[in-house]
Design a binder for this molecule. Structure first.
Ligand code: ATP
Ligand code: MG
Length: 281
């Protein structure tokens, strides 16, 4: 995209979101197509790393035909901007604010939709590493999921090259990956934890142990929870509640592996349905 085109976009923007290092705007390209563009405000090493991680992940996903992420349209390194397809659906964070916490039936529909998207994402060779309600756009009627914010993402084949200067949002990160110092603990299982905590937050209106003020306190609360799993205080079907709790176990060795997770989900589909029933009400 040329300088003139970017200047034109900047004149007519609507802010869609804002983070520690970036702002995202809605713009109209050629007066018709709605696009989103993300501007990296900081110029430090962490911002630069995120910028390139995001481009690399989105390009890779496009080449693999993955349909559940925003599409990269163009980027301009000198201006530290990325333009991408605009997603009209709200973030899960906004869905909770506007329509309240999810009923057990809706939560199951969300769980299944996210499970399928995360499984496909990993199948396409990318780990997101920052799954949380602010980074997941969700259409409650159609259960369409669109992932945004790939600034932490890694190509799975590059696992040994990964060096991350930023720490993930601690409440959505498993304890062993909270500071991202332990190289062996990153990659796909971080996404399963972030996904399960996202569903937990949609059911409860907050993450587990959301009152923790520091990382140390959060570690302590998690390690001392009953059976080292967060309590589910809402009346969920028992199999669903147990699976969510197991996915959020404080110790990585007690969380279900992907083949076990798939088997458990298949069994729950038999017991609870395929999650689409709420589309008719
Ligand atoms: N393509 C898009 N279409 C619609 N809204 C978007 C799009 N991309 C981002 N947004 C909105 O902008 C918000 C911020 O975007 P994003 O999560 O990519 O950046 P960020 O959180 O600021 O990044 P960082 O965590 O790197 O600081 C999102 O939570 C979402 O509400
Ligand atoms: Mg974000």
């Amino acid at each position: 995209m040329s300088k003139a085109q970017f200047a034109e976009l900047h004149q007519r923007h609507v802010k869609l979101g804002e983070g520690a290092m970036t702002r995202v705007y809605l713009a109209w390209q050629d007066d018709q197509q709605q696009i989103a563009y993300k501007v990296y405000m900081c110029k430090n090493g962490a911002a630069e790393e995120s910028y390139w991680h995001e481009i690399m992940a989105l390009e890779h996903l496009e080449s693999r035909g993955f349909l559940h992420a925003v599409r990269l349209l163009s980027y301009c390194p000198t201006k530290a901007t990325i333009s991408m397809s605009y997603c009209p659906d709200p973030t899960l964070a906004r869905v909770i604010i506007e329509t309240g916490v999810f009923s057990p039936r809706h939560a199951w529909g969300l769980f299944l939709a996210l499970f399928r998207v995360v499984d496909q994402l990993h199948g396409a060779g990318v780990a997101h590493h920052d799954l949380k309600p602010e980074n997941i756009m969700y259409n409650r009627l159609t259960q369409r999921v669109t992932l945004v914010d790939f600034g932490f993402a890694t190509l799975i084949q590059h696992r040994l090259e990964r060096r991350c200067q930023r720490a993930m949002t601690p409440f959505y990160a498993p304890t062993e990956a909270m500071d991202y110092h332990e190289e062996g603990h990153i990659l796909t299982h971080v996404d399963w934890y972030g996904m399960a905590m996202t569903v937990y937050a949609c059911i409860h209106g907050d993450v587990a142990f959301g009152a923790a003020k520091t990382r140390m306190e959060l570690r302590h609360l998690r390690a001392n929870a009953p059976d080292k799993m967060p309590p589910i205080t809402v009346d969920l079907p028992i199999g669903f509640a147990l699976l969510l709790r197991q996915m959020l176990h404080d110790s990585v060795t007690y969380r279900p592996t992907v083949p076990i997770l798939r088997r458990k989900v298949e069994k729950l589909i038999v017991d609870m349905g395929d999650g689409t029933s709420m589309m008719t009400v």
